[in-house]
Ligand binder design. Structure first.
Ligand code: NAP
Length: 488
């Protein structure tokens, strides 16, 4: 591949071609920021490996949180507001269909917004047993992610354990405990709805290693857990105990308001024991997983009882000699996500992160890589809610524009010429990309298909079917008037 990168971008450039890698919330917030600039001709080309945009809004946010998913309307509005200055290249895998270096040659800047794709492992014996699942795959499965839809789950069990007290763990527990009646009006995948129809789970135990004050969930999610229909919310007296730092902060009023609210919810809403015969969710603290036990499949989780102490202003754990086996038929590890490397983008193996300074990507020696920027989970790690990506994108895009103004974007030799046109490159490679208008058609079909069962949409869950439906619709197989007015 030819590399003729000499000198810096000429000052005062009026046209700026930007590639955004990743069509999730981070990518769309960055796109909106980029398109806001009226004094520059900014062209944004967004790439995603899936034909469908919106990333975690489509495949991460729980199906019973439709109001959060509604942010996708705003992403569409902002992007479409750019007219021809915004293009989606869905179904294009950067790093496979097109190399990062090839984007670098064609764009003045690249904003990497590819998120945190893989899940973290517990690293304990027995993790390979049938019935141990990454929460991220379960979330993808119930949300119809093509990579997860083939997963299988056994719901003919009494007790599930969720390891990890973050919002994902709470989402998983809620989905396991809600009734069909509560889930069937959502956009949950058909496969998940069908499988959960015979759900016999009566009890979900969510495990945290520290005290409840160190849990990372947010009050609104905890509140929902406390209000699942026909399900008790349980925190035993031992699990309500606090570390000495939290106790002091509660007394002197310096406690984090989120933690304070969480403690109040437990105080006001939780039972200490489930009522006989009722389904329940239990939050259990001071527990570290040691080993998953079972013959051929999960039969239990051995947990150690922790002692929580405060050192250097932080709650820490040390294991006590006490351990027990918590019998269960299924375990979800919900202990966070991990940023994966993308070939061509600096990556620090020791921290599993993309090195950067406020969104300007740095090489491994700490020097800025001209034209390379990062935002979202790929920038700050898997933390924060959907809205956190907005200020994050604002910071990154401000740096990008500052670099542009200083002529510090590096050179994109093919950016101006027709030979640099990405469409031509993808056509040469026979990559069938999905444009934003194509996605709007798919969106309309999904919404249309959901109408009969009074659901927000029925999702496509595999790529070949999406592409086939798209081709057939374009050829008129589904009359367009049938789809009119169904657009999401
Ligand atoms: P998270 O908030 O980082 O929670 C991970 C949990 O795993 C923590 O409780 C952590 O506790 C625990 N953990 C880590 N390693 C462990 C181990 N080896 N053994 C036992 N426990 C372990 O991550 P998440 O739940 O995956 O959520 C990711 C982000 O998405 C968060 O920012 C979350 O708020 C956001 N999100 C938001 C929503 C929403 O707004 N509705 C929904 C879903 C996700 P320790 O303190 O013990 O390490």
């Amino acid at each position: 591949m030819a590399r003729s990168r000499q000198g810096a971008e000429p000052r005062g450039l009026r046209e700026l071609k930007v590639a955004v890698v990743g069509a999730g919330p981070a990518g769309f917030f960055a796109t909106a920021e980029l398109l806001k600039r009226a004094d520059l001709k900014v062209q944004v080309d967004m790439f995603d490996r899936l034909p469908t945009p919106y990333g975690l809004v489509r495949h991460g946010v729980a199906p019973d949180h439709q109001s959060i998913k509604a942010i996708a309307h705003r992403y569409a509005k902002d992007a479409e507001g750019g007219g021809a200055r915004f293009r989606l290249f869905g179904n294009v895998t950067v790093g496979r269909d097109v190399a990062v270096e090839e984007l670098r040659e064609r764009y003045h800047a690249i904003v990497f917004a590819f998120g945190a794709q893989s899940n973290r492992r517990l690293g304990i014996p027995g993790e390979e047993l049938y019935g141990v699942h990454p929460a991220s795959v379960f979330v993808g499965w119930y949300n119809g992610h093509p990579d997860c839809i083939q997963a299988t789950y056994d719901f003919q069990i009494e007790r599930s354990v969720v390891v990890g007290v973050g919002n994902v763990g709470l989402d998983v527990a809620r989905v396991l405990l809600k009734s069909q009646a509560q889930l069937r009006r959502t956009d949950m995948s058909d496969v998940a709805l069908e499988a959960l129809r015979s759900n016999e789970i009566r009890e979900v135990v969510i495990l945290g290693r520290h005290t409840q004050a160190q849990a990372t969930y947010t009050p609104s999610e905890l509140e929902e857990l406390a209000h699942i229909e026909d399900c008790d919310f349980v925190v035993a007296p031992r699990d309500r105990e606090l570390d000495e730092l939290t106790t002091r902060q509660l007394a002197d009023g310096t406690i984090d308001p989120r933690v304070k609210k969480n403690l109040q919810i437990v105080e006001q809403k939780a039972l200490t024991e489930p009522r006989p015969g009722r389904k329940f969710v239990r939050l259990r603290y001071f527990a570290s997983p040691l080993e998953i036990v079972g013959e051929g499949r999960v039969e239990g989780l051995r947990i150690a009882e922790n002692h929580v102490f405060v050192e250097d202003g932080e709650a820490k754990i040390e294991r006590t000699p006490y351990a027990e086996v918590l019998p269960c038929g299924q375990i979800f590890r919900s202990i966070g996500y991990k940023v994966d490397p993308l070939p061509g983008v600096p990556y620090d193996d020791s921290t599993s992160s993309v090195p950067h300074e406020k969104g300007q990507i740095l090489d491994l020696e700490g020097r800025p890589v001209p034209g390379f920027f990062v935002t979202g989970w790929a920038k700050r790690g898997p933390t924060g809610v959907i809205g956190t990506n907005k200020p994050d994108a604002t910071e990154t895009v401000a740096l990008l524009f500052a670099a542009q103004a200083q002529g510090a974007l590096g050179q994109a030799p093919l950016a101006a010429g027709v030979e640099g046109e990405i469409v031509r490159l993808l056509a040469e490679r026979q990559v069938q990309y999905v444009s934003f208008p194509d996605w709007k058609l798919l969106d309309q079909i999904e919404v249309f298909q959901g109408k009969a069962s009074d659901r927000p949409r029925r999702k496509f869950t595999d790529v070949p079917t999406m592409l086939k439906a798209l081709a057939e619709t374009k050829m008129g197989a589904l009359p367009h008037e049938d789809l009119a007015g169904t657009g999401g």
